[in-house]
Design a protein around this ligand. Structure first.
Ligand SMILES: C[S@@+](CC[C@H](N)C(=O)[O-])C[C@H]1O[C@@H](n2cnc3c(N)ncnc32)[C@H](O)[C@@H]1O
Length: 265
């Protein structure tokens, strides 16, 4: 039996559906697809990669957008400019987790030295689209790595390899177990003074997920999860001012070398 609160939200949802029939049809299709894929894939990353593959095959902009669209251009450039303002240099090595079809990756690849960009994604279809971007944008000589992953272990990557790790609009689609798994391993592949920036959908109240595809977290939940794996995390206040819908957290290794005090000599 539904609680009074549950009944109220059901009534509100039905009312919303009656006034937005198109949206309701889309939502029901999404529910149906998700139910089938959930039965087929128990593990979240396998399930979500099937969701993204499906979106790409259908040409849905939520997965891989048209890179020439105004919004995609703006968000791609926003990510890139932010990293450069925060010290990203051409000789750095960058790991882009959930690189998508290179909305930001195309700028990063162009800027970094050849072979210094590593894009990983759980969706094969997305990585094929990313390869198209490399060819169409004249970036082949930059030899970017574009690699499919099935977990967050980064076992194929060496220790202390990356100056910068980046994940934009990825943890917004991940349950906490996936994020914790990433925290458990990411410190190993980061240089001791490297940093890892990721965006997330922030809530100040109750944390929740929608259809196992969109997840909302409190900042302190993610900061504590990072600390449990020897990582120091902080909300990036200057990113908040740029008007993006997601917040950003920066993570550093707790064991990184302390800055050398100025001896005055
Ligand atoms: C919304 S897109 C963002 C793509 C890109 N970061 C950008 O800003 O354009 C999210 C991408 O992350 C990928 N993804 C989601 N969870 C992932 C995970 N745990 N590891 C690697 N890729 C993931 C999806 O397949 C998808 O391509």
């Amino acid at each position: 039996m539904a609680s009074p609160r549950g009944r109220r939200s059901l009534v509100a949802a039905l009312r919303h559906a009656a006034t937005n029939p198109q949206r309701a049809r889309w939502y029901l299709r999404r529910l149906q697809r998700d139910a089938v894929l959930r039965l087929r894939h128990r593990d979240h990353l396998a399930y979500y990669s099937a969701v993204v593959d499906d979106l790409v095959v259908q040409g849905k902009a939520t997965a891989v957008g048209d890179l020439s669209a105004k919004r995609a251009r703006r968000i791609g450039k926003l990510q890139f400019d932010y990293l450069v303002e925060h010290g990203l240099a051409p000789q750095h090595r960058l790991l882009d987790i959930g690189c998508g079809n290179l909305r930001a990756g195309q700028h990063l690849i162009r800027y970094l030295k050849p072979g210094h960009y590593y894009g990983v994604d759980i969706s094969h279809e997305v990585l094929i689209a990313a390869q198209r971007t490399v060819a169409e944008r004249g970036l082949t000589r930059k030899l970017p790595y574009l690699v499919a992953v099935r977990d967050m272990s980064f076992a194929f990557l060496p220790d202390d390899a990356f100056d910068v790790v980046h994940a934009h609009s990825v943890f917004s689609h991940a349950p906490l177990s996936v994020i914790e798994d990433c925290f458990a391993h990411i410190g190993r592949v980061m240089k001791p003074d490297g940093f890892f920036d990721f965006t997330f959908k922030r809530t100040e109240g109750r944390e929740y997920g929608k259809l196992r595809e969109d997840f909302y977290y409190r900042t302190d939940t993610l900061v504590s999860a990072a600390a449990a794996h020897g990582l120091r995390a902080a909300l990036m206040e200057d990113w908040e001012r740029l008007g993006h819908s997601q917040s950003k957290i920066r993570v550093r290794r707790e064991d990184r070398a302390a800055p050398v005090p100025n001896s005055g000599s």
